[in-house]
Design a protein around this ligand. Structure first.
Ligand SMILES: NC(=O)C1=CN([C@@H]2O[C@H](COP(=O)(O)OP(=O)(O)OC[C@H]3O[C@@H](n4cnc5c(N)ncnc54)[C@H](OP(=O)(O)O)[C@@H]3O)[C@@H](O)[C@H]2O)C=CC1
Ligand SMILES: O=C(CO)COP(=O)(O)O
Length: 335
């Protein structure tokens, strides 16, 4: 497989907000057409006809090279694929698409942010199970789809076991407005992306409850500390967590209503029921909170902020009690 700065076909699996944004970025970065696979035939046909992204990214036009389709056949000719569907759906989608993806060394770049609820597996391990011949990679960092789709300046991390592959993919996808740093720390990049969504819900709750910016800053700092402990317990490097896919994405999603996870938390903080607070939007942190705590417990890592979010989402604790409990924890040395 050849993927380099000068070309190589990048295909995108998932025609939602982030899939369209990355397809646009890939089209801007390279000369080759970008197949964009979506499961909903009518929706992708409408995208192809109107060249509009649709209701998930209002006002965004598809770049000329982007080719939306519900037929997976073009995936068979891709030099690399970007996997851009919700984390909990990746296993099923790969089971269906495997006939077009089962090639030795095919780079499969995971762009979803989550941990698989049923198995407790990180996304790169799900891909390794479902496509054992593939070369998994992870792309994550502070990047709202609406910004990337419009070509606003953004920087993210891309990790693969093979540093040369990570560097080639980063060069192929980078453009004047999308700057991609590469690393071999897949665990660090994928845990940063998955865990920050849970923290964004916590920050939304605090803001929705009217507890103030000081409380949010405390949560960001203590949440970052627990995410770093968790990631290191699973072999991640601390400096990865200090980078774009950890701290960078926490700064973005814990401070902006544009984040669906933050907005979900804010609605909860204002009193919306858990079942209604997302307004039908994808909130990866809600799916990941409980399973992340299971993995943390397996590794003997304490994650009090994430535990409070999980307890609120499971209905085991009310918001005020959860906040009270966080404040009443025994005082300890910082670290
Ligand atoms: N939006 C953003 O700013 C960013 C998102 N991400 C991550 O990207 C991932 C996707 O998010 P995003 O694109 O925003 O979500 P959206 O809700 O906008 O889109 C999700 C897409 O996945 C498709 N899909 C859902 N289930 C399946 C399935 N079983 N098989 C095939 N396709 C499926 C949906 O299809 P259908 O329309 O038919 O339901 C839809 O096209 C998430 O993990 C998110 O955390 C990462 C960075 C930025
Ligand atoms: O991951 C994101 C930005 O980096 C998008 O966050 P939300 O899924 O919370 O909207």
């Amino acid at each position: 497989m050849t993927v380099d700065a000068g070309g190589g076909v990048i295909a995108v699996i998932g025609a939602g907000a982030w899939g369209v944004a990355l397809a646009n970025a890939a089209a801007r970065a390279g000369g080759a057409p970008v197949p964009l696979w979506g499961r909903d035939g009518a929706a992708v046909a409408a995208m192809a006809a109107t060249r509009e992204a649709g209701s998930r990214l209002p006002g965004v036009r598809l770049e000329d090279g982007v080719a939306p389709a519900a037929d997976p056949a073009p995936l068979a000719n891709a030099d690399a694929v970007l996997l851009v569907i919700p984390a909990q759906q990746i296993r099923d989608a790969l089971a269906r698409l495997r006939p077009w993806l089962g090639r030795k060394g095919l780079p499969v770049v995971i762009c979803a942010k989550g941990i698989e609820r049923a198995s407790g597996l990180f996304m790169s391990d799900v891909v390794r199970e479902m496509l054992p011949e593939a070369a998994p990679a992870v792309l994550s960092g502070p990047s709202f789809a609406a910004d990337v789709a419009r070509g606003l300046p953004t920087a993210v991390s891309l990790a693969a076991d093979d540093e040369a592959l990570a560097a080639r993919l980063a060069r192929r996808l980078s453009g004047p407005a999308l700057r991609i740093y590469h690393t071999t720390d897949m665990r660090g990049v994928e845990i940063g992306g998955a865990a920050k969504n849970v923290l964004a819900i916590a920050c939304g709750i605090v803001m929705g409850r009217g507890l103030g910016e000081s409380a949010r800053a405390a949560l960001v700092a203590r949440g970052f500390a627990e995410i770093t402990r968790f990631a290191e317990a699973y072999g991640a490097r601390r400096d990865t967590l200090m980078g774009l896919s950890g701290l960078g994405d926490i700064v973005l999603t814990c401070g902006s209503r544009q984040s669906r996870n933050f907005a979900f938390g804010e609605a909860l903080g204002r009193g919306a029921p858990v079942a209604e607070a997302s307004g039908g939007k994808l909130t990866e942190g809600a799916a990941t909170a409980a399973v992340m705590l299971r993995r943390a417990a397996d590794a003997g890592v304490d994650m009090p902020v994430s535990a409070a979010v999980a307890a609120i989402l499971d209905g085991r604790m009310g918001i005020d009690d959860a906040i009270g409990e966080l404040m009443m924890r025994p005082l300890r040395r910082e670290g």
